[in-house]
Design a protein around this ligand. Structure first.
Ligand code: NAD
Ligand code: AKB
Length: 338
């Protein structure tokens, strides 16, 4: 019987990961937790715990309180928000990971999932098809915390056999939870503003090419990695995965397929500098080899889904009429290319 804990569950990923885990392992077996209380009955179908991961005693007590078989440690501060408080961000992102890794030494048969990010890469990494093992010198405190966290995960695996698994998520796009302060948030905000106001001011330049992924693919990748046989996993820092790549102008063009009057201005701010240091797209060869990761949603499918879910009845009808034929799930080499 699995017993699963998710920290930071009220965030963009947790709001979709918890339901997916509950559907797979049973509602009662997945405990969602976050520093805040959930609103609007979110997660009311199963157990919920108010848990501040910066309280090491409490975090350790919770970890030792049940025979957890899986822990998903999502609580963190993301790239853009992290720059407002570098030392506070380091504490939240790193100290909690170290408490979890250290306490995991006392847990029997527990797999940990800790998400890393494409933010580990800095300007010295290749922009195009950035591969798994290139040197990285991140420039944000968020990226530094992810790069250090990856090494700690590998260290605890090699030294103590802690089965910790990780993915370097790109920017994630979803219509349920809102993003929590990242550099890639524009790719979610643009849909909300398009359906509500028909216009959007983008804080990145039109040609800023970044790696992205639709949330259902990110959730599937997470579950597939956690299901993979331990001895097949050759990366214990964090896996690159194949995903989408597009820039704001390309996304606007795709949205205008449905909403031709949609207007966009560009007013780059400090997030442009962060984005300029990240790769444009990612080589996920190792995840395809080790645990058979394949991208599902291409850009046109993702855009149609986002507008359909966020739009009113009229927008839903437009999407249903104009939606391109669903593209067959692409193979691992099928990353959307401009
Ligand atoms: P988010 O900002 O939407 O959510 C983070 C959650 O952590 C929030 O609900 C917040 O209340 C909670 N939290 C913050 N401080 C806490 C504390 N002290 N104790 C307990 N909870 C606390 O983030 P997300 O997008 O859901 O990301 C989850 C993880 O995935 C993070 O580690 C993030 O770095 C990683 N990630 C996300 C993306 C993305 O595009 N969303 C991309 C790469 C990596
Ligand atoms: C961010 O922009 O900070 C996140 C990420 C790519 O880690 N979406």
């Amino acid at each position: 019987m699995d017993k699963i804990l998710v920290t930071g569950a009220l965030g963009q990923i947790g709001t979709e990961l918890v339901p997916a885990l509950r559907a797979k392992y049973g509602r009662e077996n997945v405990v969602a937790s976050d520093i805040q209380h959930p609103s609007d009955g979110l997660f009311a179908d199963g157990p919920y715990l108010k848990l501040d991961v910066t309280n090491p005693d409490l975090l350790q007590r919770v970890l030792l309180s049940e025979p957890w078989t899986q822990v998903y440690h999502l609580a963190a501060v993301l790239s853009a928000r992290g720059e407002n408080d570098p030392l506070g961000t380091w504490d939240i992102n790193m100290q909690s990971l170290l408490v979890i890794l250290e306490t995991a030494r006392h847990l029997k048969n527990c797999r940990l999932f800790w998400p890393s990010s494409i933010a580990v890469f800095g300007n010295n990494a290749p922009k195009a098809f950035c591969s798994q093992h290139v040197p990285h010198q991140p420039t944000t405190v968020y990226g530094i915390s992810k790069a250090a966290g990856e090494l700690w995960c590998q260290y605890y695996f090699e030294r103590y056999g802690i089965d910790v698994r990780s993915i370097r998520y790109p920017g994630l796009i979803s219509h349920t939870g809102l993003p929590g302060g990242g550099t890639t948030d524009y790719a979610v905000a643009i849909f909300h503003e398009a359906v509500k106001f028909g216009k959007y001011t983008c804080y990145l330049e039109a040609n800023t090419l970044l790696p992205m992924l639709y949330m259902p693919d990110a959730i599937r990748a997470t579950l597939e990695l956690m299901d993979a046989a331990c001895d097949k996993l050759n990366v214990r820092t964090s896996y690159n995965i194949w995903g989408l790549t597009f820039h704001p102008a390309e996304l606007v063009q795709q949205i205008r397929h449905y909403l031709p009057e949609f207007k966009v201005n560009y007013a780059p701010d400090f997030r442009q500098t962060i984005a300029n240091n990240w790769p444009s797209n990612i080589n996920g060869h190792q995840s395809s080899t080790d645990w058979h990761w394949k991208l599902g949603f291409q850009l046109p499918d993702m855009v149609a889904e986002m507008l359909w879910h966020l739009g009113d009845d009229q927008i839903k009808r437009i999407v249903e009429e104009k939606r391109p034929h669903v593209v067959e799930a692409a193979g691992s080499e099928g990353a959307y290319m401009l």
